[in-house]
Design a binder for this molecule. Structure first.
Ligand SMILES: [Zn+2]
Length: 349
């Protein structure tokens, strides 16, 4: 089968690989749709260290091709969503409710990390009964594929943010995760949502997904403006959706005492992330800093699919580009170099 791989740090391309085979509890899925993620770029740039011919990708849906003898819920022909996070559910962290941390920090993230990813004609799913979900008939593949990571991560930002009904929320950066955090904040009952973003197309989408106000950091001071918009109070919840030192500091500054900074960003550089001491209340301001990687599991995927089935959110508005799988090199370049106002490139198999 054809797979799109990271040949080494900084180099990608196609490679022929053998069709994977399922163990007793596993499945093999024939890929129908996938999305390229910023994390794929981080990986190719060396974010998880050197890898040789590792198949990229962790966001996909498909049709079950084969299942192991112990798989009970799925059979060949089922249309399925597979979470980006596919833990071993026997691990203590997964049993304690932290599925993305199974075995080690971020250990639930296996695709294109500790095993081959989903940018291939077929891919392997461990513990299939726990890590896949059937896609409802009313939800097309183009839409369901967003649940693998973007909805799960963005919504996690809102869930970890402990948003009071009617509370105030700022979402810092409106990339695909930030946009889904904005949608998630509305679903969680926020009374006022501020989106921080400078790119006009993303500002427009942020409003569509539920932002009441947009703050453009290239035109105004974000901290000043958010205090102005919240009656000098700050927000109940600041969701960091970029992964930058300055954005994280802004999140701490704009969060009111008792509030929560909910981080979804990937901090790939430097030895430390800095917390602004005074605005952190010299360590005593009752500000919670929550962190997480998108949770996995069938139950979560089924919940996310229900959000789509009942038309609470339409993530396909983020699909700015569509490529065939054989155009993957170009697709990756567009995503990696953020060309042509890309938000999410969809790959059709
Ligand atoms: Zn992703």
């Amino acid at each position: 089968m054809k797979a799109f791989v990271m040949k080494e740090i900084g180099r990608v391309g196609f490679l022929e690989k053998p069709l994977p085979r399922p163990g007793p509890n596993d499945a093999v899925v024939r890929t129908t749709r996938a999305l390229i993620c910023t994390s794929d770029s981080h990986t190719v740039a060396g974010g998880i260290g050197p890898r040789e011919n590792l198949t990229l990708g962790h966001e996909a849906v498909g049709v079950v091709h084969d299942v192991g003898s112990e798989v009970k819920i799925f059979q060949p022909g089922d249309r399925v969503l597979v979470g980006a996070i596919t833990p071993e559910w026997g691990q203590p962290a997964a049993q304690a409710g932290y599925s993305s941390q199974s075995g080690a920090p971020l250990g639930g993230w296996k695709f294109s990390n500790s095993k081959d990813g989903v940018f291939a004609e077929y891919f392997h799913v461990n513990e299939a009964d726990a890590n896949m979900a059937k896609i409802p008939d009313a939800v097309p593949d183009d839409m369901a594929v967003y649940c693998a990571d973007m909805l799960s991560t963005g919504f996690m930002g809102a869930e970890h943010g402990n948003i009071p009904i009617g509370g105030t929320v700022a979402v810092l950066a409106q990339g695909p995760v930030g946009l889904m955090a904005t949608a998630g904040a509305r679903l969680r009952g926020a009374g006022f949502v501020i989106g921080v973003e400078s790119v006009p197309a993303r500002q427009t989408l942020a409003r569509t997904y539920g932002a009441d106000e947009i703050v453009d950091f290239t035109k105004e001071d974000v901290v000043d403006r958010i205090f102005e918009l919240t009656g000098r109070e700050g927000v109940d919840t600041a969701i960091e959706a970029l992964g930058a030192d300055s954005t994280f500091q802004t999140a701490v500054k704009i969060t009111k005492p008792g509030g929560t900074v909910s981080n979804t960003g990937y901090f790939g550089e430097g030895e430390f992330v800095r917390i602004p001491r005074v605005e952190w209340g010299v360590g005593m301001a009752d500000k919670t800093i929550a962190t997480g990687l998108c949770p996995g599991g069938r139950l979560r995927m089924e919940r996310l699919l229900r959000v789509l089935e009942n038309k609470r959110v339409d993530p396909t508005l983020m699909t700015t580009h569509t490529f065939r799988f054989d155009e993957m090199e170009r697709a990756f370049e567009v995503a990696d170099r953020k060309l042509d106002d890309v938000i999410k490139p969809l790959i059709v198999f």
